[in-house]
Design a protein around this ligand. Structure first.
Ligand code: GTP
Ligand code: MG
Length: 368
């Protein structure tokens, strides 16, 4: 429910707060200056003074005017793939196998704490991968991963089968209307039961191709690095069907994948560019914070000057720490970035004053 404090409403209407308090008293409401009133009351009150109330939500698209892309400006881009599945089913290990670099062994306790983003170049093209944690506490991050993604790779360990976070990942992918490719992992284990996985998936509405359905399923061993080529080509076939395109020549927009404070470099955020090209020197808003790109690094830590669609980059030059999943937009100059940011911070204060709702799959898309 939308709320506003009496003093804020008075300021917006260019009135003294006391005048509003008096008016509310005459309407039978006893309020103090810092008390919040709901949108309906604000509307009635405003109409008494010939004002109208427009309720805007945080990140309202109308705050930044975005130009429409012309068909002739669109060029093919690489797919964004999110790897999801139950905790410990081998998502990070699978990404390691794909990148042939060992990230999982360097993680705290082997659990993925944040979403990582990597770009992998294979002969047939480039694929962007997002890793998501399987731990149950990370529903929101998985949901956001599903939203920025073109294809979900659902990792199911063949020895363990479909588990709660597998089901949740299926639900997120369906909700976001994203195609699923199943990677049946850990097929090297003696207790691996591939048919049981396919059976369990069918109980959740995913019928794999060799059972007469439409869901591609690839058997892999992330540990032994087997089946990886198959998985990549299945992905690229799916991506080709989708004819993914973006405008490389406009101001960049995308999503914050993760952000953190780095002792040496200040606030560092990973941005996944969805459209346009990001450049060093660009002013931007990330969630509620303004910034200006001071430096950018690719997923291998190399300095880059440009980042096009589907490219994840680490950026330096933020004025605050945005949340994972926050929208990122380049603005026409620093002034606009600061204006949009202060508007959003004001809206955020109003939102924070409301009761914090528990996020579930049912109300998630209402709140982000
Ligand atoms: P979270 O990020 O915590 O959700 O886990 P995850 O899905 O990323 O799993 P991770 O890649 O960290 O792997 C979990 C464990 O399973 C590790 O000990 C891996 O070595 C092991 N593992 C992953 N893939 C395979 C595989 O193909 N075969 C076998 N035998 N073990 C595997
Ligand atoms: Mg992991």
């Amino acid at each position: 429910m939308e709320v506003i404090t009496v003093s804020e409403l008075a300021r917006k209407m260019n009135l003294k707060a006391n005048a509003l308090i008096g008016k509310l008293m005459s309407m039978g409401m006893m309020v103090t200056i810092n008390q919040q009133i709901d949108a309906e009351t604000a509307e009635i009150l405003a109409s008494e003074y010939g004002c109208s109330v427009r309720i805007v939500s945080l990140y309202d698209e109308t705050i930044i005017e975005t130009e429409k892309d012309r068909q002739e400006d669109l060029r093919p881009r690489s797919p964004i793939v999110t790897v999801m599945g139950h905790v410990d089913h081998g998502k990070t290990k699978l990404l390691d196998a794909i990148r042939s670099a060992d990230v999982a062994s360097g993680e705290q306790g082997g659990i993925t704490q944040h979403i990582g983003a990597y770009q992998v170049a294979v002969e047939e093209g480039t694929v962007t991968f997002l890793d998501t944690p399987g731990h149950e506490a990370f529903t929101l991050m998985r949901a956001r991963g599903a939203q920025v993604t073109d294809i979900v790779v659902l990792v199911v360990a063949a020895n363990d089968g479909v588990m709660p976070q597998t089901v949740e990942a299926i639900d997120h992918a369906k909700e976001a209307k994203v195609p699923i490719i199943v990677a049946i992992n850990k097929v090297d284990l003696p207790e691996a039961n591939i048919d049981r996985v396919k059976q369990q998936l069918s109980e959740h509405g995913l019928i794999v191709e060799d059972w007469g359905g439409e869901i591609p399923a690839v058997e892999v061993s992330a540990l032994k690095r087997e089946g990886i080529g198959d998985l990549l080509s299945t992905l690229l076939v799916q991506a080709e069907i989708m004819e993914l395109k973006a405008n490389f020549s406009r101001a960049a927009e995308g999503k914050i994948v993760e952000s953190r404070i780095d002792p040496g470099r200040g606030t560092v955020a990973t941005v996944l560019v969805e459209n346009g090209t990001l450049k060093v020197g660009d002013s931007f808003v990330a969630g509620i914070y303004p910034g200006k790109i001071r430096a950018m690094f690719n997923d291998r830590g190399q300095k880059v000057d440009l980042a096009g669609p589907a490219m994840p980059v680490e950026i330096i030059g933020l004025d605050g720490v945005p949340d994972s999943g926050d929208p990122f937009q380049v603005t026409d100059g620093e002034k606009l970035a600061r204006q949009v940011s202060s508007k959003r911070q004001e809206l955020k204060r109003v939102e924070a004053a409301r009761n914090v709702k528990k996020v579930t799959l049912d109300n998630l898309y209402d709140s982000i």
